[in-house]
Write a protein that binds this ligand. Structure first.
Ligand code: GGG
Length: 353
């Protein structure tokens, strides 16, 4: 039986509550489809930082290098560790080390969830955000001067390389080409951000010339956010920089009713290194400990992991089970229900066909 080695990092806050539900569902589907998942549970988190002074051990990246994938819950406990320390010490460190440059974030209106937007039904909203995940605005180049004085300065550079920009564009075009509508939208702001964004636009058009079968358009990020809210059904695939992609991938799922169900994949498309799968939501310390967090983003991210490992049918079975439970099963309070995290996890595991 094929066995996969999965590095499991539940992380902080509700990550610790939703992770066991993700594993519960993955175990059921794996045994149904004839493979196994061998979990290496790693306690790396803000709690770990408080005890050891770092988010992971010095050889942490080495420890996970030979795994088939990383399954991650959530990172952040601002009352104990500043957010930029926890994010850069764990999540971004893994993305960078393993060159997970394509962050794939599907946005879909699911059955049983009322979209906050009027007159939208299942099938109307179904698009994918492709977020550049290795550079752009998420750069640590810069510094502070004259700290604590009236003259204090903070400078941070955005870095857009031709290599990094072209490869995310190409990934987005290849993905779009495989979809029915073949429509790729680029998020830009080249009227205001006058160096990096015109460069982003140039590379978008240069790569577009290799894909005449793909319909393209581009919007400045400000009007694009308005279009997400007013016309989410217009989008098929949206490619954005690290920051724009991050913002859009909270807004998109919010338009489908809740960010809590949104999954994501941090992919190293060349498969030279492990890819990482995590819900879009964060650690939500305000609801941690109450067993009310919605585990669907975690579970759906697990489905994306199975798809990446080549188990497409098993991945589809998980998504079908999520849809069945959203339609008729227990719901957590964010979706208007009274069920617990565990109730929803168990119901999805039982619905696996
Ligand atoms: N689910 C992972 C998590 O905790 N994400 C929180 C977050 O702020 N992520 C920022 C990012 O994706 O760049």
């Amino acid at each position: 039986m094929k066995k996969y080695k999965i590095a499991v990092i539940a992380g902080d806050g509700i990550g610790k509550e939703v992770m066991p539900e993700g594993q519960r569902v993955l175990d059921v589907v794996a045994s149904r489809y004839g493979f196994a998942l061998d979990y290496d549970e790693l306690p790396w988190s803000c709690d770990y930082y408080v005890k050891h002074g770092s988010m992971m051990p010095a050889d942490g990246l080495q420890q996970i290098r030979n795994h088939d994938a990383v399954y991650l819950g959530a990172v952040g406990l601002p009352s104990a560790v500043p957010d930029h320390i926890s994010l850069w010490g764990l999540l971004i460190k893994i993305r960078r080390e393993f060159d997970q440059y394509a962050n794939i974030r599907p946005v879909r209106l699911m059955p049983g969830i009322a979209s906050p937007l009027a007159n939208r039904k299942v099938g109307d909203i179904d698009f994918i955000i492709v977020r550049e995940n290795s550079e752009g605005e998420y750069s640590s180049a810069g510094g502070r001067m004259y700290e604590g004085t009236e003259r204090e300065i903070a400078v941070q550079e955005s870095i857009f390389s031709r290599h990094g920009t072209d490869r995310i564009m190409r990934y987005a075009f290849e993905l779009t080409r495989r979809r029915a509508r073949k429509h790729l939208t680029s998020a830009t702001k080249s009227n205001g951000i006058s160096i990096t964004m015109p460069f982003w636009d140039e590379r978008f058009h240069a790569v577009a010339s290799e894909y005449p079968d793909v319909k393209t358009d581009q919007y400045h990020i400000d009007i694009l956010t308005a279009h997400f809210v007013r016309f989410p059904d217009r989008f098929d695939v949206v490619v954005g920089s690290n920051l724009f992609g991050d913002i859009l991938s909270d807004l998109g799922p919010a338009c489908t009713g809740t960010i809590a169900i949104a999954p994501s994949a941090n992919l190293n498309p060349e498969r030279l290194y492990p890819s990482m799968f995590e819900p879009v939501h964060g650690s939500a310390p305000d609801i941690y400990g109450r067993n009310i967090a919605n585990p669907i983003g975690m579970i759906w991210s697990g489905a994306m992991m199975l798809d990446h490992l080549g188990h497409t049918e098993a991945a589809e079975a998980v998504v079908r089970a999520i849809e069945a439970v959203l339609q008729e099963g227990p719901k957590t309070p964010d979706l208007g229900g009274k069920a617990s995290t565990k109730d929803v996890g168990r119901a999805i595991a039982e619905a696996i066909s």
